[in-house]
Design a protein around this ligand. Structure first.
Ligand code: HMG
Ligand code: MG
Length: 296
């Protein structure tokens, strides 16, 4: 049985741009965000409060949050107490923390072991909850790690349970390097839904091996009705070698449209948003629906 409604969490302005080598101007990011809001996106990751030395593209996080229209739930990422502090200062109401199940990946991404990150985040989440902040926890390398290989589902469950105990409102469980297959996607999300029925559960697929769309269909069957997607299929973590773009918003929404599943998102308007950012990124945009849009 498939859900009647699905929530799309647009991650293009954050995951889509963080790995972009060419500097994207603040104005072009803001225009991209505004066009996505116009397309009906009601939840979006705007930017990250991370070290500008580590991720120069996100150095304008403060301006991006300050100058974006407040529509729906707008996330900013924060890896640590400093990031959470900066996010609170600009008035963010929804904050996403992130940790890798794999220790090796977490060290490359956040310069801490997974346990060190979790211990440091515990008081951070407590504080955010005291401020009434919606806390999303992004779980990287939930299927495979570029350094450690296959990740055991029980490790993912344990990390997710710990986040829920800390007070996270949502878990976004990620196939960081696009290696999961539909059976693994179904099995992990079925297990997570059974273990943690009361937390919002979101799936985050990268499309490195072109299995993301199949993984989304498998996850729908496991009861998932929230998906992170990126307009234009942009995306990738700078510290996960071999990871390419996220599954494309326009292609996912189109598939859901054809299945009669409502998202509130307009495919054509997403393509218009993609057309705005396309001239400013170095990667060619080759998603199915965007190519049709450009050729029509
Ligand atoms: P570190 O070097 O260990 O940091 O990096 P530190 O705590 O030792 O501090 C060093 C300097 O950074 C200090 O400044 C701090 O103030 C500053 P200095 O005294 O040298 O001038 N600093 C910060 N500045 C701004 N914002 C902050 C911050 N924290 C410290 N939050 C750190 C540790 C976490 C900072 C670094 O590793 C980092 O920024 N990592 C971010 C990596 C990242 O953005 N990755 C991509 C996002 S995750 C992702 O894409 C996966 C996801 O899509 C799901 C999936 O697909 O798997 C979510
Ligand atoms: Mg990602």
């Amino acid at each position: 049985i498939l859900p009647n409604n699905v929530t799309i969490i647009e991650v293009g302005p954050r995951d889509g741009l963080q790995n972009e080598k060419v500097h994207v101007d603040e104005q072009d990011k803001l225009a991209f965000i505004a066009a996505l809001q116009k397309a009906g996106i009601s939840e979006m990751e705007l930017t990250s409060f991370v070290s500008p030395k580590w991720v120069p593209q996100m150095a304008d996080a403060k301006e991006i949050v300050g100058k974006s229209a407040r529509i729906g739930r707008q996330f900013v990422l924060a890896p640590n107490a400093k990031g959470a502090e900066l996010a609170l200062e600009v008035g963010a109401r929804s904050i996403a923390v992130f940790v890798g199940v794999s220790n090796s990946f977490n060290k490359k991404n956040i310069n801490r072991s997974t346990d060190e990150s979790m211990n440091a985040l515990e008081p951070v989440i407590t504080k955010l909850k005291e401020h009434g902040i919606f806390v999303r926890a992004c779980i990287s390398t939930a299927f495979y790690c570029p350094y450690e290989g296959k990740i055991e589902p029980k490790e993912v469950v344990a990390l997710c349970e710990r986040f829920v105990a800390m007070g996270a409102n949502e878990l976004s469980v990620a196939d960081t390097i696009g290696m999961a297959n539909p059976r693994e996607s179904y099995d992990l999300f079925k297990l997570l839904k059974e273990k943690l029925p009361d937390v919002l559960m979101t799936a985050h697929f990268h499309d490195t091996r072109k299995m993301a769309m199949a993984n989304i269909f498998a996850s729908l069957q496991a009861g998932i009705d929230r998906f992170d997607t990126s307009a234009g299929g942009l995306g990738g973590c700078p510290f996960a070698p071999g990871a390419t773009g996220n599954v494309a918003t326009e292609d996912v929404v189109h598939m859901l449209d054809t299945l009669g599943i409502k998202t509130g998102v307009d495919v054509k308007k997403v393509c218009e948003a993609v057309a705005l950012i396309a001239p400013h990124v170095s990667r060619p945009i080759e998603t199915g629906m965007y190519k049709l849009f450009v050729n029509n």
